[in-house]
Design a protein around this ligand. Structure first.
Ligand code: 13P
Length: 253
């Protein structure tokens, strides 16, 4: 199956002001005015979403996280329903920084995934191993556990319609300047697909885009798509530099 490459910018907790966020978004938008063959998604900090939404035109918006309940006494949280109403289409779930710093478990990620799908937003499920798990050759069991629990109790028909995708982000490659090797990324994709087939079957698995994230730059972006066969990229640091991000999107298609 041929996918439109999906290029997602995860701005994380940057930039520090709305003025800078609008400037960055405006510059990306200007540089990507005529890009039609790639789906570009920007995930800014949620406080900037509504302002950025007003200038979005063609670029999709995503959230870096959400809570699983729709409303109520959950101080500090934002629901999938709220994100949808503000104009988001995608939600990143289970990013390793959320797993590590905010102690999100696979079970919590499962609840978030269900909420995102129920709301009609597209979930981007992040999975990946630590450097230690890689050294100890635990990748298979790490992927299996992360995928199995995330998908538990989610009907196949719902996954199929949701636009669900998986982002493989090896934790050791995030922000380290040391991206995953192309062969490694290729085998990670095959492994993810094998695990997905065991839970969802072949035909549904074929429809699920697998993205790569971790120290992506304009120098290695194309290889992840062309050589490793990734269906898209999840970009952190390089997405904060508009010219570099534009370059990556242009290189990819
Ligand atoms: P970097 O591109 O900065 O390595 O971050 C990757 C990432 O965590 C995207 O979600």
């Amino acid at each position: 199956m041929q996918y439109k490459p999906l290029i997602i910018a995860n701005w994380k907790m940057n930039p520090q002001s709305l003025v800078e966020a609008k400037r960055l978004f405006g510059s990306v938008k200007k540089g990507l005015r005529n890009i039609k063959r790639t789906e570009v998604v920007i995930c800014p900090p949620s406080v900037y979403l509504s302002d950025i939404k007003n200038q979005a035109a063609g670029i999709k918006l995503g959230s870096q996280n959400c809570f699983w309940e729709e409303k109520g006494a959950f101080t500090g949280e934002i629901s999938a329903v709220m994100l949808k109403k503000i104009g988001c289409q995608y939600v990143i779930i289970g990013h390793s920084e959320r797993r590590e710093i905010f102690k999100e478990t696979d079970e919590m990620i499962n609840q978030k995934l269900k909420a995102v799908i129920k709301t009609g937003l597209k979930p981007i499920l992040c999975i990946g191993e630590t450097g230690e798990e890689k050294e100890q050759e635990k990748i298979v069991s790490v992927f299996k556990k992360q995928i199995k629990i995330a998908l538990s109790g989610v009907a196949k028909s719902k996954i199929s319609k949701s636009g669900f995708c998986i982002a493989y982000e090896p934790i050791w490659a995030i922000g380290s300047g040391e991206a995953c090797g192309i062969d490694e990324a290729m085998s990670a994709k095959l492994l993810i697909q094998k695990i997905l087939i065991s839970f969802l079957g072949k035909s549904l698995t074929k429809k699920i885009p697998i993205l790569y994230g971790g120290s992506v730059t304009s120098k290695n972006a194309r290889d992840f798509i062309d050589e490793a066969g990734m269906n898209g990229l999840l970009i952190g640091g390089a997405s904060l530099n508009s010219q570099e991000f534009i370059k990556i999107v242009k290189i990819v298609f």
